[in-house]
Ligand binder design. Structure first.
Ligand code: RP5
Length: 159
């Protein structure tokens, strides 16, 4: 079975942000799956998903959640696959709640925390590509080429 990235999110409402992770993975031709899994609304789905992630050929998990955003930490507690957490901008505290919930994991169970919102979703996919690229030269090459395109797109002077 080929290795893939798994993008999960706590709610349908997170998808407008998390689809940006999909976009990057598509650009880099990295296979992925996308699922809605809520730590508090569907705890059994979360448990089953995380316990089976390794045998399902998942190499990196990107987990987006907002508010009391325990999804990335709970998944990380159930698997040793690297979990990258994307704090979703919440309506009440603009995502500061999500950021702190994801970043402040007590020692022992790590979550790699990205920026709030769009930047985080994009960078999570790029970081997943970096991780997979460690032992996948094709993906490593695609990531380097993506970076080069970005560098070339930066103008020397403002208009
Ligand atoms: C979290 O609660 C989700 O990740 C989402 O960001 C937030 C709000 O969910 P909805 O009320 O929009 O379904 O679990």
């Amino acid at each position: 079975m080929s290795k893939k990235v798994s993008i999960v999110m706590g709610s349908q409402s997170d998808f407008k942000i998390m689809k940006l992770s999909q976009k990057i993975l598509r650009l880099l031709n990295i296979s992925f799956e996308t699922k809605i899994i809520s730590a508090h609304r569907t705890p059994e789905r979360m448990f089953k998903y995380a316990k089976n992630a390794e045998k399902n050929g998942i190499s990196v998990i990107i987990a987006g959640a907002g508010g009391s955003a325990h999804l990335p930490g709970m998944i990380s507690a159930l698997t040793t696959i690297p979990v990258l957490g994307v704090p979703i901008e919440s309506k009440k505290l603009k995502g500061l709640d999500s950021l702190l919930s994801i970043a402040q994991m007590p020692k022992g169970i790590p979550v790699g925390t990205l920026a709030i919102g769009e930047d985080g979703a994009i960078n999570a996919a790029l970081l997943a590509a970096s991780i997979i690229g460690i032992d996948n030269p094709t993906i490593n090459k695609r990531l380097k080429s993506w970076r080069l395109t970005q560098t070339k797109s930066v103008k020397k002077n403002p208009k």
